[in-house]
Design a protein around this ligand. Structure first.
Ligand code: NAD
Ligand code: FNR
Length: 172
């Protein structure tokens, strides 16, 4: 007997989002620069994939205003935010004009030319090596070509739709 195909997902979008709000995650500003222009957005959908070659993934909504810049430049930097970066995260989280986003912090560059946030916890300067399309998002697989770290700062976590500082354990 033919199986009935249905467009209704087993879990509704809102139920999925409510559930995902229970997963704490680091907060990152993903930046790029190149022929497609300078752009940046806040992302929590970031994780390590493999260390050989050193690869992270970043999930980017194709409807975001920054999407064309990332696809054209093919490079990006994952700037992981510290506890002092809550307002910067909101600024890069949508709607604000691009110049205004970048004016709010200091930037340098490493290897690819993507903006490096000078006081980030860690910055992974990357080239995009592979892209997989899933639903509304593109999964960008990114190979790190340079890294800069700040080992003193405290972290920032997004959990339950709010920001929380994440303290380093002091040395004993
Ligand atoms: N992966 C993403 O695209 C993502 C992640 C976090 C937040 N956001 C956006 O930031 C804003 C505030 O988010 P919030 O966490 O305060 O409340 P929310 O209710 O919009 O989201 C709750 C959680 O659901 C997930 N989520 C939200 N939108 C998603 C999407 N389009 N695709 C996949 N997962 C998604 C995230 O894990 C998020 O933390 C919203 O506009 C949201 O869409 C997007
Ligand atoms: C805490 C938090 C976390 C995320 C986001 C927002 C916030 C506040 N946003 C949304 C993303 O930052 C926003 O869509 C972009 O800034 C693009 O917005 P404009 O289209 O330029 O207004 C987001 N978008 C995305 O494509 N992938 C992600 O992982 C996340 N994560």
């Amino acid at each position: 007997m033919a199986e009935t195909l249905t467009a209704t997902p087993a879990v509704e979008k809102q139920a999925f989002r409510d559930a995902m709000a229970h997963l704490g995650s680091a907060v990152n500003i993903i930046t790029t620069d190149g022929p497609g222009g300078r752009a940046g957005f806040t992302a929590s959908a970031v994780c390590s994939v493999t260390d050989s070659p050193p690869t992270l993934l970043v999930c980017l909504n194709r409807s975001a205003s920054v999407y064309p810049a990332f696809t054209e430049n093919q490079v990006l930097c994952v700037n992981t935010l510290a506890d002092c970066h809550e307002s910067l995260s909101n600024l890069f989280g949508g709607k604000t004009p691009m110049e205004q986003r970048f004016e709010a912090a200091e930037w340098s560059s490493l290897s690819t030319g993507s903006p490096i946030l000078t006081d980030a916890l860690v910055s992974f300067d990357c080239k995009i090596t592979q892209v997989t399309r899933v639903g509304t998002h593109d999964i960008l697989f990114c190979e790190a070509v340079a890294i800069t770290r700040n080992d003193e700062r405290h972290g920032l976590v997004y959990f339950d739709r709010r920001y929380h500082p994440l303290m380093r354990q002091s040395a004993c």
